[in-house]
Design a protein around this ligand. Sequence first.
Ligand code: ZN
Ligand code: FE
Ligand code: FE
Length: 290
Amino acid sequence: MRLTPGNVNPRRGSLTFLCSRTNILFVPADYHTHTPLCHHAIGAPVEYALAAIGLGLDEIGISDHSPMPGPFDDWRMDLADFSDYLALVSEAREAVAPYPVRLGLEVDYFAGQESWIEKLTGLAPWDYLIGAVHYLGPGWDVDNPKWIGRFEELPVEEIWTRYFAEYERCVRSGAFDFVAHPDLVKKFGHRPAGDLRPYYEPIITALVETGTVMEVSTAGLRKPVGEIYPGPEMLAMAHAAGVEIVISSDAHAPGEVGADFDLAEKLVHEAGYRHTVQFRRREKTRVPLS
Ligand code: ZN
Ligand code: FE
Ligand code: FE
């Protein structure tokens, strides 16, 4: 499908007639989406782009799980497939031109990865790089159901402390345009009792000091915790501190593009947000949410 300029509306769409969910029209982009190259997502980037067009989003970004320099785990693209990744995004761009398909990558951060991340940064003309913490050190991806038993082996306070310490280092690396799913560690519903703000505060400070944007991810709604990442308290702290946000689905299938953006928009609005940002070639622009 090739869109003519007449099909693409400067203010969120002459394509609106295709959208059955008019209440998401003011979220301009979905930047966190995957491809089959990571071995746990379905649908080519062109299908994600068509889904975004159908929803009336202004643009789509593709951001598959980054390759590692050697064997690492089984849920990311292989380094040997990296050129295929760039080709898939190019194909999507050509198929839906002039609709914008942005090139991103969800990069795993953990201590010791800095030089590899620097290498990844130079591998392509990225529109944005997403920093993501899944690992509490090698061998423990905290969101992997395979390791859920470890939540019974250690105090949840210790797990949260380790997670947010790694997340702060991720933000402070300064390597990323935005950081993903800020409180992913709650995925299976494990959280300490009492005031959780001491876990969030160092992250908010790091976001402010580095000018890094925070993701508001609807993926948590599709997980056991059943909540957006981050929750309302962390989001309110981010707003009060002046942290900018993007709203993402973390789609692993074309049908998940823009998933629950109506709920996310409501949540961020209640926290006080009236703007989000768009990225192009790692430059960000503020965009009104409504
Ligand atoms: Zn994934
Ligand atoms: Fe992730
Ligand atoms: Fe993801």
